[in-house]
Ligand binder design. Structure first.
Ligand code: IMP
Ligand code: MG
Length: 182
């Protein structure tokens, strides 16, 4: 099925696909292999995802992890439309015990870094054994907070993107590919 929107109502932004569903699938499988190999021999890996943008990535990545994991979600929000507000709210904190665990934080995109920094600080306070980050996308912009992702699906240019969980004003999350909003 061709998911590319052929026509947009004139009030909708134009979407330009930049990463196909097949490319995402291939890359997520590679990341899954890499993560399994890096955590081989470790028996308590907790995967914690940031809602809501990481939903698609989380589910597909988990299916590639051929090992036991524990799972939790946290909910953080900073964006209003296409402009960051600069302040990040933790709407839902972690609920599983991660003290002494290997923790892998999963998010959709690393942009200013403010969201991941906020969530990483929140998780670090629970004293995990290790704390790493995995993002599907990393935007080529100057970070406003000190964060480097340990696993990155794709590096992208400085543009606003939607699809595969990422939204623009709560729309377009359902697209199975990533598109730039023009
Ligand atoms: P940061 O705090 O600026 O790094 O942004 C992280 C969060 O902002 C992500 O988890 C997304 O929810 C959202 N975000 C950043 N860039 C985009 C984008 O291009 N499209 C959709 N959401 C984005
Ligand atoms: Mg997000």
């Amino acid at each position: 099925m061709n998911h590319t929107p052929a026509r947009q109502p004139c009030t909708s932004p134009r979407l330009r696909p930049i990463i196909t569903a097949a490319e995402i699938e291939r890359r997520v499988a590679e990341l899954g292999k890499q993560i399994c190999s890096d955590y081989a021999g470790r028996d308590d890996l907790a995967v914690i995802a940031v809602m809501r943008g990481a939903i698609f990535f989380l589910v597909d990545l988990l299916r590639q992890l051929d090992r036991p994991v524990r799972l939790d979600i946290v909910h953080a929000a900073s964006y209003r439309g296409a402009a960051t507000t600069g302040s990040v709210q933790m709407l839902q904190p972690v609920t599983i015990d991660i003290h002494g665990s290997d923790v892998l934080l999963v998010d959709d995109i690393l942009d200013t870094g403010l969201t991941l920094r906020r969530v990483l600080d929140h998780l670090a306070a629970c004293r995990p054994r290790t704390l790493r980050t995995c993002v599907l996308l990393s935007k080529a912009v100057p970070r406003q907070a000190q964060v480097t992702a340990d696993y990155i699906g794709f590096e992208i240019a400085d543009q606003f993107v939607v699809g595969y969980g990422l939204d623009y004003n709560d729309r377009y999350r359902h697209l199975p590919y990533i598109a730039a909003v023009e």
